[in-house]
Design a protein around this ligand. Structure first.
Ligand SMILES: *Cc1c(COP(=O)(O)O)cnc(C)c1O
Length: 399
């Protein structure tokens, strides 16, 4: 076994699907293990390494912030936080100008569920089959996968799952249970479940149904937001703006931070003390968040994500034509999925041997969430390696 991969196990239990590699250094789209071996990182820390590992702007911001002030509760004011909020408001959807700070994705969803309930006075939420929103009790209640839910029942009441495709079902459910349903929560593109794209008019129709029935539309852009899909927000691909948007993952260049962003009237209906978080809006995360937004804007990362994503996807589609074990290629920008006809475990392990880190979705989907700073030569190198892995897998299966 590789040095360092055996030691953690005795302390952390068995909660994560883990791979035998001990990463000690990262820069841009590359990471290095404890032995100095280099890997192209298409796993990207599940999307957290959005603006690249150790992004120069982020490193500089947190280094200097660490010398000034690391913690500062929301009960007092802070200039670094205010700077971040001003910067963020410029990239936020135009009607979503109020923000609650959190520290993770699931907390951003919890806040969205609480705030929409307070605002509508209704406890019910519609969520989508296949949706993933986190694993604390509230967010788990709107997460679809039985595997995550079954040991923790009962979850929140009045949650209902609907198919990703039929918006008439939604109308029906809303009209028959209108008393209870206050919000709809949607990932514009489903990440965890395998890069599942919505049918073309789906998000628009959901928006209309929410308007007609006074429902709060929550977009979980924790994975798809901030340029990941080649636009700042995935909702823009369908020209749909939610009432609440949840963010986390890459928002602070790898430092834990989340945001729940919403229309003013939603946050304004909450009173002092009705929600809070001790770490919320801490200056270290806010400095990193400002640097991340600067990097997105000044390093043209959103358009890079679009261009590189296009090249990456067309390369994957070419690979699909050559190998029968590839079933489908999906996604937008640098949020891509390759559905295989078989289990992808061996491909992932082979990837580690060959110097590329990949992510999976379920049993048989390769998910690619590389840093959106990726350059064309790194896209090509990734494609070359992925093709090699798929070639090896096809040979293992069919000789
Ligand atoms: C990762 C993710 C979450 C959960 O975020 P955590 O920080 O792991 O709690 C929620 N929703 C989506 C869409 C995600 O991709």
């Amino acid at each position: 076994m590789m040095q360092g991969v055996e030691n953690e196990e005795s302390f952390v239990g068995d909660l994560y699907q883990r791979f035998p590699v001990n990463i000690t250094k990262g820069k841009g789209c590359k990471v290095w293990d404890i032995n100095g071996k280099e890997y192209l990182d298409c796993m990207g820390g599940y999307g957290v390494a959005l603006v690249g590992h150790c992004n120069d702007r982020v490193v500089k911001a947190i280094t200097s912030q660490a010398q000034n002030l690391i913690t500062c509760h929301m009960s007092v004011y802070n200039d670094v936080r205010f700077n971040f909020l001003k910067k963020f408001s410029k990239i936020a959807p135009k009607n979503l100008q109020k923000t609650f700070f959190t520290n993770s994705g699931t907390e951003s969803v919890e806040a969205a569920l609480k705030f929409s309930r307070k605002y509508t006075g209704k406890p019910g939420v519609l969520a989508l089959n296949g949706g993933y929103h986190g694993k604390t009790f509230g967010s788990l209640s709107v997460t679809y996968n039985e595997k995550y839910r079954k040991s923790f029942l009962p979850l929140l009441e009045n949650m209902q799952f609907i198919p990703y495709s039929e918006s008439n079902t939604i109308s029906e459910i809303v009209t028959t249970t209108n008393q209870k349903i206050g919000a709809v929560i949607v990932e514009p593109i489903q990440g965890e479940t395998g890069i599942i794209m919505p049918p073309p008019d789906f998000l628009k129709e959901i928006r209309n149904i929410c308007n007609e029935n006074d429902l709060v539309l929550i977009f979980d852009e924790i994975q798809s937001g901030l340029g990941r899909t080649g636009k700042m927000w995935a909702g823009e691909h369908w020209d749909v703006e939610p009432d609440i948007m949840c963010l986390a993952k890459g928002i602070a260049g790898g430092v834990p931070m989340g945001l729940t962003v919403m229309r003013s009237e939603i946050l304004d209906c909450l009173k002092v003390g009705e929600h809070s978080s001790t770490f919320a809006g801490n200056p270290l995360a806010c400095a990193a968040g400002s640097a991340t937004i600067d990097s997105l804007a000044e390093d043209n990362l959103v358009s890079n994500s679009e261009t590189m994503g296009r090249i990456f996807k067309s390369g994957l589609l070419e690979i699909k034509e050559k190998y029968k074990i590839v079933r489908e290629v999906r996604g937008l920008g640098m949020m891509l999925g390759v559905e295989m006809r078989f289990d992808v475990k061996e491909i992932l392990l082979d990837g580690i041997k060959n110097g590329i880190l990949l992510l999976y979705s379920g049993r048989n989907i390769l998910r690619l969430l590389p840093p959106i700073v990726m350059k064309e030569e790194e896209v090509n190198k990734s494609l070359e390696l992925i093709e090699k892995l798929i070639y090896n897998e096809e040979k293992r299966r069919f000789g």
